[in-house]
Each structure stands twice: as structure tokens, then as C-alpha cells.
Design a protein. Structure first.
Lengths: 354, 517
């Protein structure tokens, strides 16, 4: 058995591949559902209902998708330049911390007008995420230090730093000893998109940023440089493209997007920062970027998909008795299936008859 | 082998192989007699590599069968091909630089679960093989320390050590000096005397006529002719290969103008690309100056210097009297057209569409962008014009550039480079191996463009390992050896022999040598 390159890749095959992959995933996971002793069809129906079946379900899915779009974008932009930012989780937390530092009740900036303060809060979150990634990016460009290692390990440093701040200088004195920050000024919170739900305008901001990134990648010289450097850095350097500058700028944008994911969570959902705010949104962003094939608009779809599986599985596990770990299996399997499906659009398998 | 000796060493019957719409091999039947040298001749994409890959078990043919010494060869099984006695010497050696000759020869020949390797037995066998075929080699020498010719010898020994009775050599002389090629031909004669059969893949016609007994010509996947080497000519083979007669462009003598590129006692830092050592060279407007040399003698360092990628450590490099910063954009702005050696790895970004690659060097200029926004209309119009002007064959400027054939890719790179000055002609052209791996038609086309550019007043610096190419279009030639450049003498003052000696670092001054010749 061996792989053989296909002579051409059909557009339809590329479009159909993700759906085939999801179908395959559901088939594989059906085995697990059956193993858990639940009826397969009903379990999937419950999962779907839990994600999209009601106004509440849909609002929960979109709420969950909001930070995932931003971390997915963060990974997609960096990966496009072949800069493997694994540190979105840490960047998300320092982004949230910076937002709280600017926007918490009783802070030093309380006297500023709310609009200015809101802008400052967004900016601070984005800048904090970007700065956290600037170190690994500089090390990579200057000395060729592997960014996978530095960004991954920086997550632990960032989280411990946030923990230190929440247990120390930024601890809310009224929190009865819990390590959490003071609440955000209500004036700075993101508005709700639907009444009696948790969906907030962060979703609009995330979608707008996805569209902006898509436009930047496609229509600007920087976007071209980003794609060229990622696809072939030697050829990009030969053609005179500023490779180091492109990598640095791409990394800063990536970090800023992840930082904004943190700001959005604090300002849109929790209003104060705790250490369990993100159930690994940063790492899920990597999966989402890969699912989307690094396409910024595809990130929106992939983030909603992953969010729906997570939210739907929670609801399903309550009524069907299948553990909600099934969600992790579905997401992981679909990623593998999509990667394999992508490969099959470019290669075919030859079975040798011997 | 117990079969009758009348059986041919190799028999291919009706081999066909299709890749999508492309019929790479179309019903090819061939025989290789024992002790025969069969040359497989054909342009790029004619189906030589596919045929050899099928033979070696890397591909499975859609139809047809292979017999080795009368025994059918199971398809798609490289191990079976090796066991049947088929050995292959690739153009790009498959050797590990940091291991010894013996290690490389043994590599992969032992089962992984054997706790101790049988080195001494292998060593004895290697020395025996080497003696039998007259191939002197030190089993403990590190590959990294060997010359290219010696490495090739190791590749041949590796195949013989594994019991090859049929040896396939893929473009074996592409990396050798003329003298090293002579040595190789001696070795091949020795192999034939020992009863081996050879398949010799090449597109160099002189060589093919000299080495082989029989020539098989492939064109567009089909076997179009088989000729005894003794009864055919260069011209006939070229025409069979291309399918029409090819007119090679000829050089006309011109008066060179002012000095455009001046390299004055330049040394560069030694790195993986080799280095320059006090090299001096001048290239004038309207002339083509060629650098001849064996790969790895500093050509890459010279090209990087002249393309604005690296700076000189000592000495001075000037374009029209001006020292430029080591940034490609500074050189592009001064209308220096640059053609890199490796078109896939350096020339283009294969995943991006043709139109983006067509403007990649000048995307930042007002012609193609404004305030950071790409002027898609202008860029695409330029790409379409380029495709038309340089006759680049493709299905559209939106296809990924990797889908282009080597010749079309090179025409794209050449076109992009020559357009470096927008409407005006380039001042200086740096062409590094501009026709490497291209077929005859594309080579003639590239040569014609370079000659036209020189006639139009451009200074051309061409780095090439192909002496035929150098003799055909260069006005002056300098040899490069270990980072040092010989004097750039008019091409008439060199003979292939004297140039070969200069490429090997012969201390004899080339001028004297040419006089003696």
C-alpha cells in the first residue's frame, strides 16, 4: 500500500471533504455511544438539540463560540506564516488580566470617560497578548529558537503569573478569600445580543475580525508576505520580502487576537477574572484553525462546530447518560478525519496486488 | 542464474502508466541484453523517470510485465527488484554525509532486530567488490570528505555490493567535471567486462553516443525510436527526442560597453553554501560572462552575493560603480534581474498562484500596490502579459505555480526577472544554472532570451555546470574552484580540456594551456 499524488485536485472534492470527514467522525463515535449502552440515533438527536434545538441552546453555542473564533484566528494567522503559536491560552489570560487592570471597579482609571476607557481596555488586552508572544517571536527570528517550545512553556508562566496577581495585588477584597479579581465596571461590559441570554457583542467583534483577517490575507501586501513566508520562506527572502518583519508582525497580531479573546470573556461573560475562566480555549483554537484549513472565515464555521459539540454534549449527557467526554472524542476525531480527508484530495492510495 | 544465457537481462513488455489525464508511459516494450549499455534518451516529462520507477518498484504499472533474467518481477516491490539484481544510482545521491563509506553501503541492508552488525564481513565484501571492479575506495572515509566523483563511486559500489547485475544510472555525469566523467566511463567499461548490463539515462547526446551500444528514445510517454549508437547521429537523436528540428540560438560578437558589475577581491564568510576567496570579476554591458565549475566550489556564494542576499566580508561589489546594500529590494530597484539556481525552493512559492509569483519581487512598488493594498487588476494584467510574451503554458494564472512544468516555471522566473525595470530593460542579469534540468526546446528558448537581453545592452553573469551551454552562449568564461575565480578569458581561448583542468583547480594558467592545446 502506498500513496500516489493525484494529478489535479478537484474543487468539489475539496468542498465535500470536510463533510465526509464529519460523517465519518459521527460513525466512529456512534460505536462509543453504542458501547455506553445508549441508543445512537437518539443520542445524536439530543446532542444536536442541545446545541441548536432551542433559543437557549443556540445562544449557549454562540457564547461558547465567541472566544473560540478569536483563539482560532490567533492560531490561523500565526500558522499561516508557519509560526506555531501554541501559547494562545497564556495570551488569553494575560489579555483578560490587562482588561481587568484597566477596567475594574475602583481602579485608578475610573475617572476617564467610559468610551475611552473601553477602548483602552480592548487595547490593553490585545497589547498584553501581543507582548507575551513578542518574546518567542524575537527569539525565533534572531536565534532560530523553536517557538513551539517557548510558546507552550510560556503558558505555564503566564498562568502562574495571573494566579499570583489574583492571589495578590489584584485580588478582590470582597471575594471572601477566593482568588478572583474585582468585577469590571458595568459600563465597560459588552452588550447582550439577545435578551435573557449570554450571547454578547463580542461575537460581532470576533466575526468582524475574522472578516478583516480574511481581507488582509487576500488583498494586502502584508497578507501576501504572510502567505509567501509561510509557504516558502527562502523564496520569499529571495524575492525581497521582509521575512523577519512579516513573522514578527504576524506573531503580534496572533497574540493580540488571543488577548482579545480574554478581554471578551471578561467583558462579555464573567465580568471578573478567575483561573478557571477558560476551559482550554487557547488549545482548542489550534484545533479550530486546523479544522478551518487556516482560512479566517472558515474559523467562524469551525468554532461554531466545536462549540456546538461541546455545548450539545453537555446537554446530551444529562439526558442520555453518555459521558460528555464524547465531545472531546468527536472534536479530536473530526480533526484527524479532516486532515486525512485533506490528504485524500491530494493523494490516492494504491493497493498493490502481489 | 540457472536460466539459459540467451535470455535478455531485462525484458519490458507493454508497460503503461497513467497519472490522471497524463499517459506517462504508453505501451513501452524494451529489451536489455546481457553486457549491453542501453541509453534511455528523452526530454523532461518524456517518461524516463516513470519507467525507471516502475522497474525499481516505486510505481506499479497499469499494464505490462517485467522479466529479469527470464523471471517475472513482482510489481511495486523495491525489495524484490533489489533481490532480482536491479541496482540504481540516482542523480541526487542517497548518502549520509556524516557516516563512513562502509556504513553507507551497509545502511538498510541489515534487519533492525539483529543485535550486532556484521561489519567485518561487510567490509571484506566491500573491498572484494571494489578490487574486482577496479574502484579504489577507503571504507572508513567519511562521505562528507569525499569529492562528488568519489561519492558517485560509493553509490555504484553500494549497488554492486548488494549484488546488482543490472545497473541504472540516472544522469550520472550531471555533477561531474569532464575529467571525472572520463573516469566514470572507464568504470562503466569495467562493469560491462564483468558482465553487468547498464541502463544509462541522459540528455547529453555526445555522451550517449559514446557510452552506449543502443539508444532508446522516449517522447511523450512513447518509445519513438531504437537505434544502434553506431548508426545514428547527434542531430537525428535530437530531432527524435523533440519531435521537430531544434535550432539552437547562436551568439553574435558584440562590442562590450561599460563595466556594470565589478567584483573586486571579494571574500565571503564560509557557510553551507561554500565561500568566495579573493574573487575578482568584471561584467560589461552587452556581454555574457559565464562561471564554469563543479557544484559546491563557491558558485552559490557568488550567486547570493550578486543577487543581493549576502554581503561581502572583504572586498567590494559594485553595480554601475555603486555599492548596494545586501537587500534584494535594493538590487531589484537598480534593475538587477535575478534567476536563482533552485527554481522550486528559491525561485517561486509553489503553493501560491502564478500571478502572485509573477509580481512577488515588485509587489511593494507603486506599479502593483498602493498603501499596502495589492492592485489586483494591474498585477493580474501584468501576469497575463508575461504569460503571453514568454509563451508560458498553463491553464490560467490562478493555478498554483507548483503545477507548472520545469520549463514553464523557469520561463515565469525569467520573465519576472527581465521585467525588473518595468518598461525599461534590465541593467544586469544574474542567471544561476538557468537551464538546469530543462528540455532542449526550453533551453534554446532561455538561451535566446539571454542573448537578446545581452544584445539589448544588459550585462549577463551566468553560472553554469553545463559546459556545452557555456561554450554556446558565453562571451567570456572564468572557472571557479574552491571559491577562487580564474581570469575571465574569451570563450575561444578555452578548450573543454583546459576548462576542465581549471575547474579542477589546475595551477596551470588557462591562457598558456590554451596556447599549448
Amino acid at each position: 500500500m502506498r500513496l500516489e499524488a493525484r494529478s489535479g485536485t478537484a474543487r468539489t472534492a475539496q468542498l465535500v471533504a470536510p463533510f465526509v470527514a464529519v460523517l465519518f467522525t459521527l460513525l466512529v463515535c456512534a460505536l462509543l455511544v453504542a458501547w455506553a449502552g445508549a441508543p445512537v440515533g437518539r443520542t445524536y438527536a439530543l446532542l444536536f438539540e442541545g446545541a441548536f434545538g432551542s433559543r437557549f441552546a443556540l445562544s449557549e453555542t454562540l457564547t461558547r463560540a465567541t472566544p473560540l473564533i478569536l483563539t482560532g484566528l490567533a492560531a490561523a494567522v500565526a500558522f499561516r506564516a508557519r509560526f506555531y503559536n501554541i501559547g494562545a491560552e497564556g495570551q488569553l489570560y494575560v489579555g483578560a488580566l490587562a482588561a481587568v487592570a484597566v477596567g475594574a471597579q475602583g481602579g485608578a482609571l475610573e475617572a476617564l470617560p467610559p468610551t475611552l476607557r473601553f477602548a483602552l481596555m480592548m487595547l490593553a488586552g490585545a497589547a498584553a497578548g501581543a507582548l507575551l508572544l513578542a518574546g518567542p517571536a524575537l527569539l525565533k527570528v534572531r536565534f532560530g529558537v523553536d517557538e513551539v517550545v517557548t510558546t507552550l512553556l510560556l503558558n505555564f508562566i503566564a498562568l502562574l503569573f495571573v494566579s499570583m496577581m489574583l492571589d495578590g495585588p489584584m485580588k478582590d477584597p470582597l471575594a471572601m478569600g477566593w482568588p478572583q479579581s474585582a468585577a469590571l465596571d458595568p459600563e465597560l461590559e459588552l452588550s447582550k445580543l439577545m435578551a435573557r441570554s449570554r450571547v454578547h457583542s463580542g461575537l460581532v467583534i470576533a466575526c468582524a475580525l475574522a472578516l478583516a483577517m480574511w481581507i488582509v490575507e487576500r488583498f494586502t501586501t502584508f497578507g501576501f508576505a504572510l502567505r509567501a513566508v509561510g509557504a516558502n520562506a527562502r523564496a520569499a527572502a529571495f524575492a525581497g520580502l521582509p521575512v523577519a518583519r512579516t513573522l514578527l508582525l504576524g506573531a503580534l497580531i496572533s497574540g493580540a487576537l488571543a488577548g482579545l479573546a480574554g478581554v471578551g470573556e471578561v467583558a462579555g461573560r464573567t465580568s471578573y477574572l478567575t483561573l478557571d475562566m477558560s476551559p482550554d480555549y487557547g488549545y482548542s483554537g489550534i484545533v479550530i484553525a486546523m479544522l478551518a484549513g487556516l482560512n479566517p472565515l472558515g474559523v467562524i464555521v469551525a468554532a461554531v462546530f466545536v462549540a456546538s459539540v461541546l455545548v450539545g454534549a453537555d446537554s446530551m449527557s444529562r439526558s442520555a447518560g453518555v459521558p460528555n467526554y464524547l465531545a472531546d472524542v468527536i472534536v479530536a476525531t473530526s480533526l484527524l478525519a479532516i486532515l486525512v480527508a485533506g490528504m485524500f484530495t491530494r493523494y490516492r492510495i494504491r493497493w498493490n496486488s502481489r | 542464474m540457472s536460466t539459459a544465457s540467451a535470455l535478455p537481462a531485462l525484458r519490458l513488455r507493454g508497460i503503461s502508466k497513467r497519472f490522471g489525464p497524463l499517459l506517462a508511459n504508453d505501451d513501452i516494450s524494451l529489451e536489455l541484453a546481457r553486457g549491453e549499455v542501453l541509453a534511455l534518451l528523452g526530454e523532461n516529462g518524456a517518461g524516463k523517470s516513470t519507467l525507471v520507477s516502475i522497474l525499481f518498484g516505486h510505481y506499479v504499472a497499469d499494464a505490462g510485465r517485467i522479466e529479469v533474467f527470464g523471471q517475472p518481477l513482482p510489481p511495486g516491490n523495491p525489495a524484490a527488484a533489489l533481490a532480482a539484481g536491479i541496482g540504481m544510482v540516482h542523480q541526487h545521491f542517497a548518502l549520509a554525509d556524516n557516516l563512513s563509506v562502509l556504513d553507507n553501503v551497509m545502511l538498510g541492508s541489515e534487519p533492525l532486530w539483529r543485535p550486532f552488525s556484521r561489519r567485518s564481513a561487510a567490509r571484506r565484501k566491500l573491498l572484494d567488490t571494489a578490487r574486482r571492479f577496479g574502484l579504489a575506495i577507503d571504507p572508513e572515509a567519511r562521505i562528507g570528505k569525499l569529492s562528488v566523483g568519489e561519492r558517485q563511486r560509493v553509490e555504484i559500489l553500494k549497488a554492486l555490493w548488494r549484488g546488482a547485475r543490472i545497473l541504472i544510472l540516472d544522469e550520472p555525469t550531471a555533477v561531474l567535471t569532464p575529467q571525472e566523467s572520463e573516469q566514470l566511463f572507464g568504470t562503466l567499461a569495467e562493469l560491462i567486462r564483468e558482465g553487468l548490463s547498464l541502463i544509462f539515462i541522459s540528455h547529453k547526446l555526445d555522451e550517449v553516443l559514446r557510452v552506449s551500444d543502443r539508444v532508446a528514445v522516449l517522447r511523450a510517454g512513447r518509445l519513438v525510436a531504437e537505434r544502434p549508437a553506431r548508426g545514428t547521429s547527434r542531430a537525428e537523436l535530437a530531432e527524435l527526442m523533440v519531435g521537430r528540428s531544434v535550432v539552437a540560438p547562436t551568439r553574435t560578437r558584440r562590442e562590450p560597453g561599460e563595466i556594470i558589475l565589478a567584483i573586486d577581491r571579494v571574500s565571503t564568510a564560509a557557510d553551507r553554501h561554500g565561500m568566495l576567496d579573493r574573487a575578482s570579476l568584471e561584467v560589461r554591458a552587452g556581454e555574457i560572462v559565464a562561471i564554469a565549475g563543479v557544484a559546491g566550489n563557491g558558485q552559490e556564494a557568488l550567486a547570493e552575493l550578486a543577487c543581493g542576499l549576502t554581503a561581502a566580508r572583504h572586498g567590494r561589489v559594485a553595480v554601475s560603480g555603486e555599492v548596494l546594500a545586501a537587500r534584494p529590494r535594493a538590487w531589484i530597484a537598480r534593475k538587477v534581474a535575478r534567476i536563482p539556481e533552485d527554481r522550486h525552493a528559491v525561485g517561486i512559492v509553489g503553493d501560491l498562484p502564478v500571478w502572485e509569483n509573477a509580481v512577488s519581487e515588485r509587489l511593494h512598488t507603486p506599479a502593483f500596490s498602493r498603501f499596502g493594498w495589492i492592485r489586483r487588476g494591474a498585477a493580474r494584467a501584468f501576469a497575463n502579459a508575461l504569460v503571453a510574451r514568454f509563451d508560458i503554458r498553463l491553464s490560467g494564472i490562478d493555478v498554483p505555480t507548483r503545477a507548472l512544468s520545469g520549463g514553464n516555471m523557469q520561463k515565469l522566473i525569467l520573465g519576472r526577472a527581465l521585467a525588473v525595470g518595468g518598461e525599461s530593460a534590465p541593467l544586469l542579469i544574474i542567471a544561476n544554472q538557468p537551464t538546469w534540468g530543462l528540455d532542449i526546446g526550453a533551453v534554446a528558448e532561455i538561451h535566446r532570451r539571454l542573448l537578446d537581453a545581452a544584445a539589448g545592452g544588459a550585462a549577463v553573469l551566468m553560472i553554469s555546470e553545463d559546459l556545452d551551454e557555456i561554450m554556446a552562449i558565453a562571451d567570456r568564461v572564468a572557472a571557479i574552484f574552491k571559491g577562487r575565480l580564474s581570469a575571465a578569458l574569451p570563450v575561444e581561448q578555452w578548450t573543454p580540456a583546459s576548462l576542465g583542468l581549471a575547474m579542477a583547480g589546475d595551477p596551470v594558467a588557462p591562457a598558456e594551456h590554451a596556447d599549448a592545446a
